[in-house]
Design a protein around this ligand. Structure first.
Ligand SMILES: Cc1cc2nc3c(=O)[nH]c(=O)nc-3n(C[C@H](O)[C@H](O)[C@H](O)COP(=O)(O)O)c2cc1C
Length: 208
């Protein structure tokens, strides 16, 4: 697939077919993730790939299994989501948080080595590792797209990250930025309209 086609086709997918991904393809996708730019040259990233259904089920058990329409509308008010397209994006995404990862062919947990308290950085460079892993994650998304797969992600809320650490046994100095699901998109998978951005309005030549 041509590079800019991959960029256009990479969309968050939350509805997956029940279909396996081969180990070779997973290794290719994660190989691409491991080639992303890195702050300290070390690429100290690991990816836990979970295929075992029982492990997936247990890992995701802590994630809310849905949301009532009433609570959904309350969440939109609480989070001050005033843009219509944004509201619709959340109305599609929030109820699927558990199911999208359950239905993905694999759940992937990216990990970065974090030497300082990520929630209380002294300066912005203490967040470099966090920034780097997101470059790595985007490579994973693009590589998955190029291979004909779709991806979803969830930021761990509450103690979901701690729970995952205990369950999966990753070391204390590694931090999990998100859950990722990779799978074959369903034919009728809902793809939320991306906001139209006028590139000319967003580029500021020479000064703002
Ligand atoms: C930092 C970050 C956090 C996100 N958190 C979530 C999340 O917790 N749950 C979810 O379903 N999608 C999450 N997403 C996916 C966004 O909802 C999605 O990227 C956005 O709606 C734009 O759609 P697109 O990816 O199809 O362009 C997140 C994306 C990013 C980059």
């Amino acid at each position: 697939m041509e590079f800019f086609e991959v960029i256009d086709k990479r969309r968050t997918v939350r509805d997956f077919e029940n279909e396996k991904i081969s180990q070779v393809v997973i290794e290719k996708i994660i190989g691409a993730a491991l080639k992303a730019p890195t702050n300290d040259h070390m690429r100290d990233w690991h990816y836990i790939v979970i295929q075992n259904r029982n492990t997936v089920m247990k890992l995701l058990d802590i994630i809310p299994k849905g949301i009532s329409d009433e609570d959904m509308e309350q969440l939109i008010r609480d989070w001050n989501l005033s843009d219509n397209e944004q509201q619709n994006a959340y109305r599609d995404a929030v109820p699927k948080q558990h199911k999208m990862l359950m239905d993905a062919s694999v759940v992937v947990i990216p990990l970065l080595k974090q030497k300082t308290d990520i929630l209380h950085p002294d300066n912005i460079s203490h967040l470099n590792g966090f920034a780097s892993i997101w470059c790595s994650i985007e490579n994973l998304f693009l590589a998955s797209t190029a291979e004909g797969y779709g991806c979803t992600l969830r930021i761990p809320l509450g103690n979901e990250g701690e729970y995952a650490k205990e369950m999966l046994g990753f070391p204390d100095d590694y931090f999990m930025p998100c859950f990722i699901g990779i799978g074959k998109p369903k034919k009728n998978a809902s793809v939320i309209k991306q906001k139209n951005i006028d590139v000319k309005e967003r580029i500021h030549w020479d000064n703002w």
